[in-house]
Design a protein around this ligand. Structure first.
Ligand code: NDP
Ligand code: MG
Length: 381
């Protein structure tokens, strides 16, 4: 049976790679709806190619232009439109938007018991407990797309999770893994956007350079697999071949390996528990690679990772603050308003100024999110 897919963030890096998979397997998948932000050219290309039933764009003006051009598709816009698209009848919702805008659409789809392939880690960081509690309550399913979490999920396949003792997340180290903190002082946006292993959207590439990405992933792992922060380890692994590992109580370690290609974990989330061909994809050739390298994480060099562990251990709204401060600071860095090291400095200041609220509800989270963004903006004044 053809699986109906709704794809939020179709015009982004993960979104485009998801459309590659749908295109490669027309007998398996049908794209019934998607959302785009402001990239109208690509949105138009996808409408012509996939003939979706519903499309959401960020601006109402753009929706209006499309309505005239494609009368058979329903067009919606803004955050209400994003929710409308997320709950549209389908078998799998792929959430590949960037940032905490993905939270409410996810929660609404969960209420309908949907299966959600989640790339949008900010949603899990800002409100992980709400997502997981309602996933349980409404019988929904969350499948990880992030390569590390897909690797953990695959390594746990068929195992008893209570017999697993440690999650080991691998980290490539990002664009500046060989730079000292001193060398980071004056790095440019262009240098930060140059990731050695992965080609990704701008925000996550900066997050990888600051190591905030790994921090968000530590929290994401805590949320998805319910492991204590003491039992989550980060290991520097330059080649990004081992995507993550799980250690069990008998000391066995299970790992998932592969060439760095996000289409593999995206596809697995779409086909789970089945596996499909990946036509023309590069196969892993360890003999060709020869050596894999591992190194202990330096928490002083990668201070932002320490901040994420601190936020996670504090819990409550502290992870919301970490995420919102980071989103705001990264936007300012990409806009060349602040320097690279100011990103983690602003996150730290925002966390320090915040009085965490335990077990926050959605309203509290949204409030703390927007207040934190203002706090960070005001740091420039
Ligand atoms: P991109 O920036 O490439 O794409 C983001 C998508 O979201 C685009 O479709 C964009 O629209 C849309 N969008 C942006 N802002 C808004 C908004 N305010 N409202 C509605 N839509 C919006 O991001 P990535 O694909 O890199 O990342 C997506 C998510 O996946 C992130 O959470 C990231 O952390 C995670 N992830 C990404 C990986 C990667 O390889 N890229 C790997 C693992 C996780 P438009 O471009 O049309 O404006
Ligand atoms: Mg990742």
């Amino acid at each position: 049976m053809v699986k109906k897919i709704i794809l939020l963030g179709a015009t982004g890096s993960i979104g485009v790679q998801t459309t590659d998979i749908i295109r490669e397997h027309p007998e398996e998948f049908k794209l019934v709806g998607f959302s785009a932000g402001r990239n109208m050219e690509l949105a138009k290309k996808f409408i012509k190619e996939f003939h979706p039933e519903i499309v959401c764009v960020q601006n109402e003006q753009d929706a209006n232009v499309f309505r005239g051009e494609f009368p058979r598709t329903a067009f919606v816009s803004g955050s209400a439109g994003l929710i409308e698209t997320a709950v549209y009848e389908a078998d799998v919702l792929v959430n590949a938007v960037i940032g905490s805008v993905g939270l409410e659409p996810t929660l609404e789809a969960i209420k309908l018991g949907r299966t959600i392939a989640i790339a949008n880690k900010e949603t899990l960081v800002t409100a992980g407990h709400l997502v997981m509690e309602s996933t349980k309550r409404y019988g929904a399913a969350i499948l990880p797309v992030d390569s590390e979490h897909s690797a953990l999920f695959q390594s746990l396949n068929g195992e008893k999770i209570e017999q697993a003792t440690k999650l080991i997340l691998t980290a490539s180290g990002g664009s500046f893994r060989d730079s000292t903190r001193d060398q980071l002082k004056n790095v440019t946006v262009k240098e930060a956007l140059n990731h050695p292993n992965w080609s990704m959207g701008a925000k996550i590439t900066i997050d990888s350079a600051t190591m905030v990405n790994k921090g968000l992933e530590v929290i994401e792992a805590n949320v998805l697999f319910n492991f204590d922060y003491d039992d989550i380890e980060v290991l520097l692994h330059r080649e990004s071949i081992i995507h993550s590992m799980v250690e069990f109580r008998d000391t066995s370690v299970m790992a998932q390996l592969g060439t760095p290609d996000m289409r593999v974990p995206i596809q697995y989330a779409l086909t789970y528990p089945e596996r499909l061909e990946r036509p023309n994809a590069k196969r892993l050739n360890l003999a060709e690679i020869g050596k894999l390298h591992f190194q202990e994480m330096d928490y002083e060099r990668f201070h932002a990772l320490q901040l994420a562990f601190d936020a996670g251990r504090t819990g409550g709204t502290m992870t919301t603050v970490l995420n919102a401060a980071n989103e705001q600071a990264v936007a300012m860095f990409l806009n060349e308003e602040i320097k690279f090291l100011q990103i983690e400095e602003m996150i730290e200041r925002a966390m320090y100024a915040h009085n965490p609220i335990p077990s926050p509800d959605l309203e509290t989270i949204l409030h703390v999110d927007s207040e934190t963004r203002k706090t960070v903006q005001n740091m420039l004044k």
